[in-house]
Design a protein around this ligand. Structure first.
Ligand SMILES: *[C@@H]1O[C@H](CO)[C@@H](O)[C@H](O)[C@H]1NC(C)=O
Ligand SMILES: *[C@@H]1O[C@H](CO)[C@@H](O)[C@H](O)[C@H]1NC(C)=O
Ligand SMILES: *[C@@H]1O[C@H](CO)[C@@H](O)[C@H](O)[C@H]1NC(C)=O
Ligand SMILES: *[C@@H]1O[C@H](CO)[C@@H](O)[C@H](O)[C@H]1NC(C)=O
Ligand SMILES: *[C@@H]1O[C@H](CO)[C@@H](O)[C@H](O)[C@H]1NC(C)=O
Ligand SMILES: *[C@@H]1O[C@H](CO)[C@@H](O)[C@H](O)[C@H]1NC(C)=O
Ligand SMILES: *[C@@H]1O[C@H](CO)[C@@H](O)[C@H](O)[C@H]1NC(C)=O
Ligand SMILES: *[C@@H]1O[C@H](CO)[C@@H](O)[C@H](O)[C@H]1NC(C)=O
Ligand SMILES: *[C@@H]1O[C@H](CO)[C@@H](O)[C@H](O)[C@H]1NC(C)=O
Length: 253
């Protein structure tokens, strides 16, 4: 009797063991299938924190579907415009999630356009090191253009146009050698154009009209041979219009 009881107990244990194993196998298969369908991506936490801080400082509130606190690159903040040239939402971001085998997202584009964003350009912008596009145009930004902007060396298109920024144009902008388009027109800067801007060899568009600038156009600008569009009116530039702009690629002056 005792032996039979023992045997049936053993069978029960084996059955339990088998179904546990089956469950584990099923779970493992499920996890693998999920991984194959959609590898989990995650916004770089430093960039996510920086984005939140920038938003908070500029008085921007994001929709709850944005996932701002946790994982902004997964939420509705990211939308490419239908023609692919701009960000589809405003304020908005775009991310590149191809890092570390498509598991890590970096914020590559940021737009806060005509949103009454007020205050100084936030320090935290410094941590959005992968930005290629920055559009802070048509807001109420004041104070200086910080020199750390010159550290964001992936930048291709950057505009601070139509704000109330003041002080000098930082010479560090000359480090942004991937820039194709740069705009800081319609502000209250002062001083002259830094000669370092002549290092922006890829620059095709420069909008610096009504920027508050004075002084001579630096001779280093002779190197900006790809320049197509230059808006520079309503400043107090002195001296002659440089002869070398004849060898630029201008279509709009
Ligand atoms: C927000 O992030 C979490 C965690 O990454 C994700 O599971 C969820 O789908 C995201 N929400 C939206 C609206 O994308
Ligand atoms: C990316 O995936 C490939 C193939 O699965 C692997 O060989 C490689 O080590 C992975 N790289 C990283 C950075 O995880
Ligand atoms: C940038 O990120 C680093 C690392 O998380 C952090 O220590 C630092 O405070 C951040 N800088 C700013 C200006 O937010
Ligand atoms: C900034 O965003 C506005 C609104 O989408 C757009 O019209 C403008 O062209 C953008 N500026 C740049 C330099 O991308
Ligand atoms: C622009 O900024 C200056 C300080 O630099 C301030 O005195 C002025 O009121 C601001 N103008 C507007 C329209 O906000
Ligand atoms: C950026 O530019 C400044 C001034 O033009 C220069 O002193 C500095 O070394 C540059 N930084 C880098 C990282 O190239
Ligand atoms: C720019 O303006 C500031 C503040 O008004 C002033 O201190 C500085 O001397 C000015 N710089 C130039 C080059 O005019
Ligand atoms: C340009 O010079 C004129 C005359 O000296 C002065 O009244 C004006 O404020 C200056 N404007 C700028 C943008 O520096
Ligand atoms: C000038 O512009 C034309 C037409 O956009 C382009 O094909 C050419 O490569 C440009 N040249 C330079 C030096 O950028």
């Amino acid at each position: 009797m005792a032996g039979v009881r023992w045997m049936s107990f053993r069978v029960m244990v084996i059955q339990l063991h088998d179904s546990l194993l089956l469950l584990l196998l099923l779970l493992a298969a499920g996890a693998q299938a999920q991984q194959a369908v959609a590898p989990a991506t995650k916004t770089d936490p430093i960039e996510a924190a920086a984005l939140n801080a920038v938003f908070a400082k500029l008085g921007q509130t994001a929709d709850s579907s944005w996932n701002t606190s946790d994982d902004p690159c997964t939420g509705s903040a990211t939308a490419t415009a239908t023609d692919g040239t701009d960000i589809g939402v405003n304020p908005g971001i775009e991310c590149d999630c191809s890092d570390r085998n498509n598991t890590l997202c970096h914020i590559t584009k940021l737009k806060i356009y005509a949103m009454n964003a007020a205050g100084q350009i936030p320090q935290e912008l410094r941590n959005l090191t992968r930005l290629t596009h920055l559009n802070l145009s048509k807001n109420l930004l004041q104070g200086p253009m910080p020199s750390f902007i010159g550290e964001l060396t992936d930048m291709q298109q950057m505009t601070f146009g139509i704000n109330n920024l003041s002080g000098p144009i930082p010479k560090e902008l000359g480090n942004l050698t991937n820039l194709i388009s740069l705009s800081f027109g319609s502000n209250n800067f002062n001083g002259s154009l830094p000669s370092e801007l002549g290092n922006l060899a890829k620059l095709e568009q420069l909008y610096i009209d009504s920027a508050g600038l004075s002084g001579a156009v630096p001779s280093s600008f002779s190197k900006l041979t790809r320049m197509k569009i230059l808006w520079a009116s309503d400043n107090n530039f002195t001296g002659q219009i440089p002869y070398y702009i004849g060898s630029w690629n201008l279509t709009d002056l």
